[in-house]
Design a protein around this ligand. Structure first.
Ligand code: PGA
Length: 282
């Protein structure tokens, strides 16, 4: 497998104070230094981007933002410009996270403008897609994820598509009670995640061709932890993880990075999903 693993930490609004953010970042930077085969990033709160960015300078960990506006500057109260993110040293930006889509009503049109602005400015968009529990129950996994891909990636050129990371995050798996009132939150099984990643990769292949489809990392998010990461990452369709809760300490994040590093030494990923059977290839 030629794609590199990408392991991203999404701190959401969980580490609001700089002193705590810097402390966790320092531990992650130190403990990640030997994992050279994995692209690691952390997305802290806006107010801590500069300080966390300084900690990551000359480390193996990149800085990411959790969001951005699609204009360079202007009268947009409460928003942040891509220039501010670049000044802080961000390499990645999360776009279209379910919390943005569902709690803050961002739609594909807005996300598409953001994706294009990030690409124009040279920041890697991590485009998040994913269906709700109800949509999965109604067998709309393919339709919903394809719709989000086509809406969010409208008019994105083939050469730009190479610079994007896709994060498949089923809403029902994200450890967030506001997103999932009244449902039992659980991580996707290997088969569920593998199937959805295959849908996304097929969509990319139909639109951009097989070479690009093989290059674009598609990472999984939603209650990923050390206890399930090894299995999920063993799919030949899953190129890493976007991790919320388990990215809040080096202790819970580093084992996931370690699995990715180990699996990246494997030239053939152990699991591939052929039709309805999970086969062990090695
Ligand atoms: P979680 O969050 O790992 O806490 O479920 C993932 C995400 O929302 O990116």
């Amino acid at each position: 497998m030629s794609r590199r693993f990408v392991i991203g930490g999404n701190w959401k609004m969980q580490v609001p104070r700089q002193v705590n953010a810097v402390k966790i970042a320092q531990e992650i930077a130190i403990k990640s230094k030997d994992f050279l085969s994995v692209d690691i990033f952390i997305a802290p709160s806006f107010n801590t981007l500069n300080a966390v960015g300084k900690v990551f300078t000359d480390s193996n960990v990149a800085l990411a933002s959790q969001n951005m506006h699609y204009m360079d500057s202007g009268a947009f109260t409460g928003e942040i410009s891509v220039d501010s993110l670049q000044e802080a040293g961000c390499k990645y930006v999360l776009l279209g996270h379910s919390e943005r889509r569902r709690i803050f009503q961002e739609n594909d049109e807005i996300i598409n403008l953001k994706v294009k602005k990030a690409l124009e400015k040279g920041i890697i968009p991590v485009l998040c897609i994913g269906e709700t529990a109800k949509e999965r129950q109604d067998e709309k996994v393919k339709a919903v994820n394809e719709d989000q891909l086509s809406g969010s990636l409208k008019n994105v050129s083939t050469s730009d598509m190479r610079k994007i990371v896709i994060a498949y995050e089923p809403v029902w798996a994200i450890d967030n009670k506001f997103l999932n009132p009244g449902i039992q939150i659980r991580p996707a099984t290997l088969q569920e995640a593998h199937g959805a990643h295959q849908i996304a990769r097929n969509w990319i292949e139909n639109k951009y061709g097989s070479i690009i489809a093989q290059e674009v990392p598609i990472i999984y998010g939603g209650s990923m932890k050390a206890s399930n990461a090894q299995e999920l990452l063993s799919s030949d369709q899953i190129d890493g993880g976007l991790i919320g809760g388990a990215s809040l300490s080096a202790e819970t994040l580093i084992p996931i990075v370690q699995y990715a590093e180990l699996l990246s030494k494997d030239t053939t990923k152990p699991y591939s999903w052929e039709g309805n059977t999970l086969s062990f290839d090695k």
